[in-house]
Design a protein around this ligand. Structure first.
Ligand SMILES: Cc1cc2nc3c(=O)[nH]c(=O)nc-3n(C[C@H](O)[C@H](O)[C@H](O)COP(=O)(O)OP(=O)(O)OC[C@H]3O[C@@H](n4cnc5c(N)ncnc54)[C@H](O)[C@@H]3O)c2cc1C
Length: 394
């Protein structure tokens, strides 16, 4: 189904990337899951392999590879041979672009080369206890004090929260204007910046999700990203790529689950036949194969649109919505086909099922995606006069 999506150069890159994940990641994954975070060292190794921030200009240490398909390959190989809790894509393609696109030349020179080498690990902090889907409810505050901003507040559910060195932090710059938000680069070691506990989660065991605290942190003006009044707009702008990244990983996870289950049901015997011999189970596999193909084709189309600079926010929302919902259905069915073994930690399908549950929640929940999509087809209660023609194919 993916014919034509990748060419020979991509396949050569995939082979090398696969070897990296098999040799450098897989042997450590169990230990990382037990300790609740990956070792920082893995980012350095990924940097040496040239897998971090590939899109960046060589002037900042990158490879200048804008083609998103290479990033897609890294994510797919990580989900097949590495560990879902290793968020290289968050570092490389979710956070680094904020600095690359919004940063001044000085900021780019100061921060990006170490991100490419994996010496600086990135995170992004938007969510607060009272502000997840509704970012306008944010309370974190950055006060202009002349040569610096004074940052106060706290964030929660922040990926790479423990191992991260540099965070893009969203905070209100005018408490009287609900959507006036600025983006600030907060560095490890800044006075008043601390991390809370590593949060215990249902899945993604090797991912260090944490709370962050800002207590009178003096953020120099040299660490402000872009216009401190336009942060809300910037977040919306970058969320499309974030959702595409997510969609790639959800289909990848579901595809691996399908393959594992395919092998399992052909081995497992009962009533004189294998689980795969029951028509009901063959039909389940047929349904899953179909859903996965449809999801993959749509996600690949979005990747190519993104390469062409044509990925819209609502298209990314559709990719995220569909891929995460397919992943949820596939993983649930795959656990069922494993029987009791599917509930046992020693079988990877059990862990993959736990990992998958968050896909419908983070980076914008399925309900938020539906809201974006509904508005994009002209069903926007805020604009009662929406004319005919909404809902047409894009
Ligand atoms: C493992 C993990 C990692 C994360 N990493 C990060 C990170 O690195 N940085 C970061 O900033 N955040 C991160 N998050 C936060 C994540 O993006 C939020 O959890 C998510 O956006 C949902 O927000 P919330 O948790 O406040 O849920 P809420 O917004 O409180 O949602 C509660 C319910 O309301 C529903 N809802 C919301 N809006 C609507 C609507 N318009 N219509 C109908 N229903 C609606 C939701 O779908 C959900 O079912 C992470 C979360 C998790 C679980």
């Amino acid at each position: 189904m993916r014919q034509g999506h990748f060419d020979d150069d991509h396949e050569i890159f995939r082979e090398a990337t696969r070897r990296f994940f098999c040799n450098e990641i897989a042997p450590h994954a169990e230990a990382w899951r037990a300790q609740g975070q990956v070792d920082r060292e893995v980012y350095r190794k990924a940097g040496e392999q040239g897998l971090l921030c590939m899109f960046l200009d060589p002037a900042y240490g990158g490879a200048g590879v804008e083609d998103f398909r290479y990033e897609q390959i890294v994510m797919e190989e990580n989900f097949r041979h590495g560990d879902a809790g290793l968020f290289l894509h968050l570092h490389s393609r979710l956070v680094a672009p904020y600095i690359a696109v919004l940063g001044t030349e000085e900021q780019k020179q100061r921060f990006l080369p170490a991100c490419v080498r994996g010496e600086t690990i990135l995170g992004i902090a938007m969510t607060e206890t009272g502000a997840g889907s509704d970012l306008a409810g944010m309370r974190c505050r950055a006060e202009d004090r002349g040569d610096h901003y004074l940052l106060n507040g706290q964030k929660t559910y922040i990926s790479n929260g423990i191992i991260g060195d540099l965070f893009v932090v969203a905070a209100r710059t005018d408490p009287t204007v609900p959507r006036q938000i600025g983006l600030f680069l907060v560095e490890r070691g800044m006075e008043g910046f601390s991390r809370g506990r590593r949060l215990k989660k249902m899945g993604l065991d090797a991912q260090d999700t944490a709370e962050l605290f800002f207590d009178n942190v003096r953020v120099p003006k040299a660490n402000v990203l872009g216009d401190p009044k336009r942060g809300f707009y910037y977040l919306m702008q970058f969320l499309a790529e974030e959702r595409l990244l997510g969609a790639c990983t959800y289909v990848a996870n579901a595809q691996v689950a399908f393959d594992i289950t395919f092998d399992f049901i052909r081995e497992r015997r009962m009533f004189g036949q294998t689980v795969a011999d029951f028509q009901v189970n063959r039909f389940k596999m047929a349904d899953m194969r179909t859903e996965l193909d449809v999801a993959q084709v749509f996600v690949d189309t979005c990747v190519r649109r993104h390469n062409a600079g044509q990925l819209t926010a609502d298209m990314a929302a559709r990719a995220k919505l569909f891929a995460s919902e397919v992943e949820g259905r596939v993983l649930d069915e795959c656990v069922q086909l494993h029987g009791g073994a599917g509930y046992m930690e020693e079988y990877p399908i059990s862990r993959m099922y736990r990992n998958a549950r968050v896909s419908r929640i983070f980076a914008g929940s399925s309900e938020v995606m539906r809201e974006i999509i509904a508005r994009s087809i002209g069903l926007d209660p805020r604009k009662k006069s929406a004319g005919p023609g909404g809902g047409k194919a894009s």
